[in-house]
Design a protein around this ligand. Structure first.
Ligand SMILES: [Zn+2]
Ligand SMILES: [Zn+2]
Length: 103
């Protein structure tokens, strides 16, 4: 996708860079605002293919939003916890605290 995508934190609309409107505050200062409600509370977002939402917390490395990364990590932890003994989990935790986590 070309250009940046923004989301308005006030009305929740998603729009591209070209849609931003020039607005003026009470002091006459200009700012780029939401084309729907003219609010300035906008932030850059990216589309997450996994959950299908526009998110500001997009993780470039994993090409998905951080929430989806968390879900995967939690899923992994759940599987591990369900299939291992307590002392095995402690051993793993100690091991990974000292070594890089590589599967
Ligand atoms: Zn808005
Ligand atoms: Zn996501």
């Amino acid at each position: 996708m070309d250009g940046m995508t923004f989301k308005c934190n006030n009305c929740g609309h998603v729009f591209d860079e070209d849609s931003l409107v020039k607005c003026y505050d009470d002091d006459g200062c200009s700012y780029s605002g939401c084309p729907y409600c003219k609010d300035y509370e906008i932030e850059e977002v990216e589309y997450c293919e996994v959950c299908g939402k526009y998110k500001a917390d997009y993780d470039e490395e994993n090409e998905m939003c951080e929430e989806c990364v968390d879900n995967i990590v939690n899923k992994f932890k759940k599987i591990i916890k369900n299939s291992m003994q307590e002392y095995e989990l402690t051993t793993l935790e100690n091991y990974y605290a000292e070594n890089d986590f590589i599967l």
